[in-house]
Design a protein around this ligand. Structure first.
Ligand SMILES: [Zn+2]
Length: 292
């Protein structure tokens, strides 16, 4: 296990106990989350060592990697993914000129395939062997296991719910600085634990997803992190469907019966998006940033 004693965003050593959460998808072990008193970054600590983390991804339930979850939640996830592919493309194209895109943590490759079909040059990084093989068969390109060392420059780098899994935040963002072309843009989607659904479900909130989520971001900590690594935040956009999906999973983790899960997820999803509108504090946020 690795104990994190210092905030990787602002170097503050004052980390306060916040919540004890269960790993609901794989191990059912419990993990502590601490909060940096200075920048509000949430930190899973102690956490499994980098080598040991792999075994916490070994589950059919871990659908963003296996792509074959069954049941109604899996079906909803897949429908939502279809709708969001077109929406993500529009978002990227409204901030970056069409050329090369790197999807960092590309999972089973659906987003890359979609961008390839729409005229983008594509590249992907994915550490999971199973997901990487599926992405390769879908896109017919070689997906890298580890971070990219090619000299290729990208107009866009996307991380769809990936940065919260990455052990070395600063090193990873600095790499993006080398990989982007001069006017290149990063798109970083992460859960927002300060959202109304995060504050409602507390330790049951599915956006914590310990120990796979090593970090738990708010807009304050993410803005600090990007600024410190040479980026300017140009926009922050909501992912409004996440409030429903995260509420549904959170109800399941709370032990609600099947009917209550769906009713409560719809109510809490709407309520979260409604409350978030006042202060753009949505369940998940996409940070769009360019090099300074
Ligand atoms: Zn901090």
């Amino acid at each position: 296990m690795i104990a994190v004693n210092k905030c990787p965003v602002c170097s503050c050593a004052d980390l306060q106990s916040f919540l004890t959460c269960e790993d609901h998808t794989v191990s059912h072990e419990t993990f502590q989350i601490k909060i940096c008193v200075n920048c509000q970054l949430g930190i899973t600590s102690p956490r499994p060592s980098d080598d040991d983390l792999n075994r916490y991804y070994l589950s059919d339930e871990y659908i963003s990697h296996s792509g074959n979850s069954s049941g109604l939640i899996g079906a909803l996830y897949k429908s939502a993914r279809k709708v969001t592919l077109g929406w993500k493309q529009k978002l990227v194209e409204s901030h970056a000129s069409k050329s090369n895109i790197l999807d960092y943590g590309c999972g089973t490759g659906e987003f890359l395939k979609h961008m390839q079909s729409n005229g983008w040059g594509i590249a992907g990084v994915e550490p999971s062997k199973l997901a990487r093989e599926k992405a390769e068969s879908l896109t017919k390109i070689k997906i890298s296991e580890t971070p990219y060392h090619d000299q290729k420059k990208f107009a866009a780098i996307t991380l769809w719910h990936v940065l919260e899994h990455v052990p070395d935040l600063n090193h990873t963002l600095k790499q993006f600085g080398q990989l982007l072309d001069k006017s290149g843009t990063v798109f970083i989607a992460v859960p927002n634990y300060k959202s109304p659904d995060g504050e409602h479900y507390k330790k049951y909130w599915a956006g914590f997803d310990v120990p796979r989520h090593l970090w738990h971001f708010s807009s304050t900590s993410m803005s600090h992190l990007l600024e410190a690594n040479g980026f300017n935040v140009v926009a922050i956009k909501p992912m409004m469907l996440d409030a429903f999906y995260i509420s549904l999973l959170s109800e399941k983790y709370k032990g609600s019966g099947p009917l209550k899960q769906y009713v409560a997820a719809v109510i809490n999803g709407f309520r979260s998006n409604w409350r978030a509108k006042k202060n753009t504090n949505f369940s998940s946020l996409i940070y769009i940033a360019r090099l300074k």
